[in-house]
Design a protein around this ligand. Structure first.
Ligand SMILES: Cc1ncc(COP(=O)(O)O)c(C=O)c1O
Length: 406
């Protein structure tokens, strides 16, 4: 995964030392980097009049919501709990929700938190739309322009053949009635993943070709996430051009809801080397952090997280496979080269670890959840969590309160 960003630029020797002194494994969220990302996104809003939301599925460490609310227009949720979190922790900003299918027994509560509700299908719109409208909500339908702009990663491509996400024009023509269209305030699409503005340009053309007759009736168009706006090689000028032209042409409000771009390179994972084993010429350093439990996208995407002090193969004298301590053979973070041998007990630092990590981890094998620390503006380190055995036990049964030392 090419990020093109100075992942560790904010860390001088002193700061690096203090991170290495933390109990491992742990996540560290970099407040200054979040601010820098927020400032970039705010400028896009100021230059274009678009509104940008935080997609909480990528980053939902709510201790930073007061900071982010100074830069963003609100939060985007994938369902009831994220909607509630957005409403509770960024109450003065908008709450948008998109879910592939809403549940009847949750919908009334959802109406308490969400301002914008986006449905995935005409059937769901028919089932819940009027009720939401009566409660004064802004209603949207997710469309699927069937325009794949990414290579590989079918698991992350909502436009892949047979995708359940979004209403195609064919389904629209078959299922949308005038009454259903009247309920709509906006359209939503989400088709990108870690992409640049050129992919958005292609997608907008596809949307226009397929839904250009509908857009004049809409008040807003939500262009989803996957815009890597805060990456150094991102073409912000082109993005702003697209946003301005769409808003002018269709006289509507554009929303973007990136997750990654908000917290890109704003987090680290500190992990300790527990042992080094060798088999068939492959040296593996076993760490106290697990790819499967603590950085699952490393396996799912897959991608190789940046590692401080690893080096290019040309300068390397030794390579290691870095892996987790669980029973899963594939609990492997990746192959890294170093200019020196790794020592048992030393602490390694992975970069770009704020996104799709703390909100996606699990306790498989009874692995502890790594605690989360804030790296503040002045370099101060503040613990945000105190995870322990309780987090593991209480998700598995009823007597979790009796989590006591024996
Ligand atoms: C509907 C929707 N919006 C926003 C996002 C955030 O995308 P990203 O974190 O890649 O910007 C996603 C990610 O899957 C999504 O499904």
């Amino acid at each position: 995964m090419e990020k093109n960003t100075p992942v560790f630029a904010a860390l001088d020797q002193e700061r690096m030392q203090s991170l290495r002194a933390l109990p491992t494994p742990c996540y560290i969220i970099d407040e200054k980097k979040l601010e820098e990302n927020g400032q970039i996104l705010k400028e896009v809003m100021e230059h274009t009049g678009c509104k940008i939301l935080l997609a909480q599925k990528a980053f939902s460490n709510y201790d930073f919501y007061p900071l982010l609310s100074g830069y963003l227009s609100g939060t985007e949720a994938s369902g009831l709990y994220e909607a509630r979190l957005g409403k509770e922790e960024m109450p003065e900003r908008e709450v948008h929700v998109f879910c592939a299918a809403y549940k009847e027994n949750e919908f009334d509560e959802l109406l308490k938190y969400a301002d914008h509700i986006v449905f995935n299908s005409p059937r769901q719109l028919k089932k819940f739309g009027e009720k939401a409208k009566r409660k004064g909500k802004s209603i949207g339908l997710r469309i699927n322009p069937l325009c794949s702009t990414q290579e590989g990663h079918a698991i992350y491509d909502p436009c892949a053949p047979g995708s359940r996400l979004g209403t195609t024009r064919e389904s629209w023509d078959r299922e949308m009635t005038d009454e259903l269209i009247d309920l709509l305030d906006g359209l939503h699409f989400h088709t990108l993943c870690e992409q640049n503005a050129d992919a958005l340009e292609i997608t907008v053309k596809a949307v226009e070709e397929q839904f250009g007759d509908v857009l004049p009736q809409m008040k807003w168009l939500n262009m989803g996430g996957g815009h890597h706006i805060t990456r150094t090689d991102y073409d912000r000028e082109l993005l702003e051009q697209i946003l301005r032209s769409v808003q002018e042409k269709w006289r509507l409000q554009v929303y973007l809801e990136p997750g990654e771009a908000v917290a890109l390179n704003a987090g680290y994972v500190a992990a300790r080397v527990l042992d080094v084993v060798e088999n068939s010429g492959i040296r593996t350093a076993i760490l106290d952090v697990s790819a499967a439990c603590h950085m699952p996208d490393v396996i799912e995407m897959p991608y190789l997280p940046p590692l401080y002090e690893s080096c290019g193969e040309e300068q390397a004298c030794v390579s290691y496979r870095l892996a987790g301590p669980t029973c899963l053979s594939g609990d492997v973070i990746g192959e890294y080269s170093f200019c020196r041998e790794l020592r048992e007990g030393e602490v390694l630092l992975f970069g770009d670890m704020a996104i799709y990590t703390t909100c996606k981890n699990n306790t498989f094998n009874g692995m502890p959840l790594p605690d989360i620390w804030k790296l503040g503006r002045e370099g101060e380190l503040v613990p945000l969590t105190e995870f322990g055995y309780g987090e593991f036990k209480r998700r598995l049964g009823k007597r979790w309160k009796s989590a006591r030392a024996i």
